[in-house]
Design a protein around this ligand. Structure first.
Ligand code: 13P
Length: 390
């Protein structure tokens, strides 16, 4: 189960002078190609899903495949929500398996960016999930010509960066020092002095968005100055599209057009892993990082003072209310198969991380449900929170 804590992964990269790629995927070809590269290069990896791409695939289906790919990997993997639009997006992403989240409020004024990001941090840290915040503005659109979306690049100020991190508690900071999202003509000019000043003040892993189009020397200087995560998408999309164009023939069907796409994505991903210095680091990260494992919160109980319909209604309310609490993956309500069982009913509530044991217990929706609907009728009960032993 090499899903690992993303904070441990990026702290390792930051301390040891390399960066992990956050590769945005937009389908199974990308997922498979990126995973192949990580296995071949023995590299830690961040599988990234950007909310701006959710029109192109079903997020929940993609997450099921992404989690499955991460769980069967032999290299350490984290799963990240990239450019989330809201707190609700982050809650949903964590529920479906993201163990790192970014809610991008960088287009708002400083105080609003702080307030929005702070709220995300409080929620996500209650789930054990680290948070990336962005300060300054990286213009452009992933997968498109940057020149078509010039926007106004807002450079990150080192003083504000220090203040932002202190006020929000973000674990990683995305900074704007001259990169843009998308395809570029020529190589961008990066403000390394600014980056060095931010790194000196912030003292935690920095993130660069808009990795496409930078040269190897630029990547190396970014990493020397505290960048531990590099977001990368457009060049993968261009490699995939070039492959599809090369496959184009009058009679080519869907699978013929996709032939070799995964390999094209894998090659470009592997090249990045070597340039970023993450290649060959998998075992060190596996040794240093907390394995990311869910917790099963199990309650066995008997009911007094409710008929069958009352028990059904109580369970239904519980499923609805409890499954909305941040960090809850799913809620199962059960009834014993054997008539004479010591306990007649069960709850299984799956938490994404042990941190949820406390945040769930204190969450107002849980307190209200437990005090009003459950505890008054279920005095006879036992419970355990456990993690699978592998
Ligand atoms: P590029 O598409 O320019 O590589 O940027 C990707 C990115 O920053 C996603 O957040």
């Amino acid at each position: 189960m090499p899903l690992v804590n993303m904070k441990d992964m990026l702290d390792h990269a930051w301390r040891n002078g390399y960066a992990v790629g956050g590769f945005d995927l937009v389908g199974l070809e990308f997922l498979d190609g990126i995973m192949r590269a990580a296995e071949r290069e023995r590299s830690p990896l961040i599988l990234s899903l950007a909310e701006s791409h959710f029109d192109y695939y079903d997020f929940e289906l993609a997450m099921a495949a992404t989690v499955a790919a991460a769980e069967r990997a032999s290299v350490p993997v984290a799963i990240h929500l990239d450019h989330g639009a809201s707190l609700e997006s982050a809650v949903r992403a964590i529920r479906h398996g993201c163990n790192g989240v970014m809610v991008d409020a960088s287009h708002h004024p400083f105080a609003e960016n702080v307030a929005i990001t702070r709220e995300v941090v409080e929620m996500a840290h209650g789930c054990g999930v680290p948070v990336e915040g962005e300060l300054g503005y990286v213009a452009g659109v992933e997968g498109e010509d940057a020149e078509r979306h010039p926007g106004e690049v807002v450079y990150t100020s080192p003083e504000e960066a220090e203040d932002f991190v202190a006020r929000t508690g973000v674990d990683f900071l995305a900074v704007s020092i001259g990169t843009v999202h998308g395809r570029m003509r020529g190589t961008p000019r990066l403000d390394f002095e600014r980056l060095a000043a931010i790194n000196a003040r912030v003292q935690r892993p920095l993130v660069i968005h808009g990795g496409t189009g930078l040269d190897d020397g630029q990547f190396r200087r970014l990493i020397e100055n505290g960048v531990a995560k590099i977001n990368y998408y457009t060049a993968l999309a261009d490699a995939a599209a070039a492959r599809i164009r090369a496959n184009q023939r009058e009679e080519a069907g869907y699978t013929a057009l996709l032939d070799g796409v995964r390999e094209a994505v894998a090659e470009e991903t592997a090249r990045c892993m070597r340039v970023f210095g993450s290649a060959g680091r998998a075992d060190e990260v596996l040794a240093a990082a907390e394995p990311w494992r869910p917790v099963e919160h199990v309650i066995l109980y008997n009911v007094a003072g409710l008929d069958d319909a009352g028990v059904e209604a109580m369970m239904r309310t519980g499923r609805e209310v409890l499954s909305g609490i941040p960090g809850v993956r799913r809620v199962i309500t059960g009834r014993a198969v054997q008539e004479g069982a010591r306990y007649r009913f069960a709850w299984i509530v799956e938490f994404v991380h042990p941190a949820v044991i406390d945040s769930y217990r204190e969450h107002p929706d849980h307190v209200a449900f437990a005090d009003t609907h459950f505890r008054p009728v279920a005095g006879d009960r036992v419970s355990i929170d456990y993690q699978a032993v592998e």
